[in-house]
Design a protein around this ligand. Structure first.
Ligand code: ZN
Length: 70
């Protein structure tokens, strides 16, 4: 067993280290907790590519595919 290496589920040992590093970065960005700029709730997330919305107050904003830029 390899020790000390943090692995991310989803890609396994495929595609090479460079792609996996990129994927990990994007994945964490995508799944990371965000707060709604409108009401401050943590229920803010991506509903579709480029569309981010808050499930609490319904605030919707157009952002980038993997990250929101407010
Ligand atoms: Zn909100």
């Amino acid at each position: 067993m390899a020790k000390g290496k943090k692995s991310l589920k989803g890609l396994g040992a495929r595609y090479g280290i460079k792609i996996r590093k990129q994927y990990t970065k994007v994945h964490l960005q995508l799944k990371g907790k965000r707060t709604c700029p409108e009401c401050g709730s943590a229920k803010f997330g991506r509903v579709a590519v480029g569309i981010w919305s808050c499930r609490k107050c319904g605030f919707k904003v157009a952002g980038a595919a993997y990250d929101v830029k407010v």
